[in-house]
Write a protein that binds this ligand. Structure first.
Ligand SMILES: Nc1nc2c([nH]c(=O)n2[C@@H]2O[C@H](COP(=O)(O)OP(=O)(O)OP(=O)(O)O)[C@@H](O)[C@H]2O)c(=O)[nH]1
Length: 131
């Protein structure tokens, strides 16, 4: 089974978290799902380097990456995903979506209302539980 390793950012501004929606995709289980911005780690990059690069590419934002929050291993029908999520902060809500089709800034109590990619559910659950 194909293995994919990604980094993802839980970006806080004040008490809100940035949630972004993927575009339509041939894989129905990720198509138009909400996720945390990020992407694949390239050769020679550290996880934090990869996340900084992805956030610039996807959102045109410089984030302060604070700490590893949770690593999730999720088996999708077509690949096994390992996703490392990091707590990050930004100085303003001023972002530009280059790949995603919508954004929401939500408080912890609102996070569960979105249709998340399945691999993100353990991250959302831990965020909500930690309060
Ligand atoms: N960045 C990110 N990817 C996630 C999350 N949840 C989740 O299942 N994924 C999956 O992780 C995989 C890799 O993410 P990606 O953003 O690099 O995927 P991509 O296919 O657009 O990248 P590519 O164009 O380089 O192939 C995708 O299949 C994506 O659906 C998440 O919260 N953030």
């Amino acid at each position: 089974m194909k293995k994919v390793e990604v980094v993802a950012a839980i970006i806080y501004f004040e008490n809100k978290i940035l949630c972004v929606q993927r575009a339509k995709n041939k894989l129905p289980y990720i198509s138009e799902k909400f996720e945390f911005p990020g992407g694949k780690i390239e050769k020679g990059e550290t996880k934090k380097d990869a996340l900084k690069r992805e956030l610039l590419e996807e959102l045109n934002v410089e984030a302060n990456i604070k700490s590893l929050f949770l690593t999730v291993v999720h088996q999708y029908p077509d690949f096994e995903l390992t996703m490392h999520s990091f707590i990050c902060e930004v100085a303003s809500k001023d972002i530009t979506l280059h790949e995603h089709i919508s954004q929401e800034w939500l408080s912890l109590t609102e996070l569960r209302k979105l249709d998340w990619a399945a691999a993100d559910i353990p991250i959302v659950d831990k965020l909500v539980m930690n309060g």
